[in-house]
Design a protein around this ligand. Structure first.
Ligand code: DP6
Length: 329
């Protein structure tokens, strides 16, 4: 029996991925740009040990995974088994280092860790770009968590998706930024990203405009990262998030992820900026607000957000490394 354990940090997109050019291969419609974090990650152990009665046995945060999660894991492992030429079912034990019931558990760190652990356990050694392609098949954002720090995802042009992979933006290595997360609700998000993206693409009159806007934001974000210009990067991050959410809000039926505390936190970030802080928000497919700022301002930003009505708690994350293997047995 071979087993492997891998860890991966989640990542937060500053230029969002919202829409696919191919659902089967999970190919994004546009590029995206993100920051991998040192917190909110996943540790996953995979052992091709026969699993449980002809099925993969999947444990998530100490309990048996739901049918939906288990099916997604099995579909992913089937690709790895096909590639490695093995048939054995697996035992998968995965734990997220996120505050309980915060709704922050992420498929990004989850599929990045699973890609690395599953290939390691299957005896495959994949180059980072190949791992990124594989992780993308599990979840689009997972392709970015293979790498640390600032990362750009290329949408690729090939129909088979072999060029739809992420790469690190090394020019930003060591840039001392922080991401402050303001948690504004407990529990799972209302509508998962995959379904919400599909509905946006199919019904939102703003979807095409959103897709057309992304290349310009990517160019601006790339330049801001290369020049370590936090104000410029923050401006791109806010408009990318707002445009993504605007496209989703215009879907039919509409998709609204925000709650009153989300809006209060957004306003608070604006007020902090008016006071001179280089702080800017982004929001994913949920109600939490994530604030990019300089490391020296992170405590003050965190305190201001914690004092905002409806914010339940805050946490500060730093740039983190890419996915890594902890043990191969
Ligand atoms: C709002 O990667 O979760 O976080 O590829 O369908 O699994 P699937 O979607 P997912 O979507 C992430 C959406 C986002 C923006 C982003 O991370 O770029």
């Amino acid at each position: 029996m071979t087993s492997a354990t891998a860890v991966a940090g989640t990542n937060i997109a500053l230029v969002k991925y919202w829409g696919k050019r191919d659902e089967v291969l999970n190919l994004p419609a546009t590029g995206s740009l993100s920051l991998t974090l040192d917190r909110l990650g996943t540790r996953t152990r995979v052992a091709f040990d026969g699993g449980d009665g002809g099925r993969d046995r999947v444990t998530l945060d100490g309990a048996a995974a739901s049918e939906k999660v288990a099916a997604r894991v099995t579909a992913f492992l089937d690709r790895v088994r096909a590639r490695a030429g093995i048939a054995a079912r697996a035992t998968v034990v995965t734990d997220n280092s996120v505050p309980t019931a915060s709704g922050l558990a992420s498929s990004a760190s989850g599929f990045a860790a699973l890609a690395l652990a599953a290939t390691g356990a299957a005896g495959l050694t994949l180059a980072p770009t190949e791992l990124s392609v594989l992780a993308r098949l599990g979840s689009g954002s997972a392709a970015r968590s293979i790498f640390g720090g600032f990362v750009e995802m290329s949408p690729g042009v090939r129909p088979d998706g072999t060029d739809a992979a992420a790469h690190p933006l090394d020019a930003a290595a060591g840039w001392n930024v922080r991401l402050v997360v303001a948690i504004t609700a407990a529990g799972e998000k209302a509508l998962g990203s995959t379904a919400a993206m599909r509905r946006t693409a199919e019904t939102s009159p703003y979807y095409e405009a959103w897709v057309r806007s992304v290349d310009g934001d990517l160019a601006a974000a790339r330049a801001a990262v290369a020049g370590r210009d936090l104000a410029a990067l923050g401006a791109v991050a806010e408009r990318s998030a707002m445009r993504m959410h605007a496209s989703a809000m215009a879907a039919d039926p509409p998709i609204l992820y925000w709650n009153p505390a989300t809006v209060a936190a957004m306003a608070r970030v604006g007020a902090l900026r008016a006071e001179g802080a280089a702080a800017s928000f982004t929001i994913d497919a949920g109600p939490h607000v994530k604030v990019l700022c300089d490391a020296r301002e992170a405590e003050a930003v965190s305190a201001a957000l914690a004092g905002t009505p409806g914010v339940l708690r805050t946490l500060i994350a730093a740039p983190g490394p890419g996915a890594r293997l902890e043990e191969v047995g």
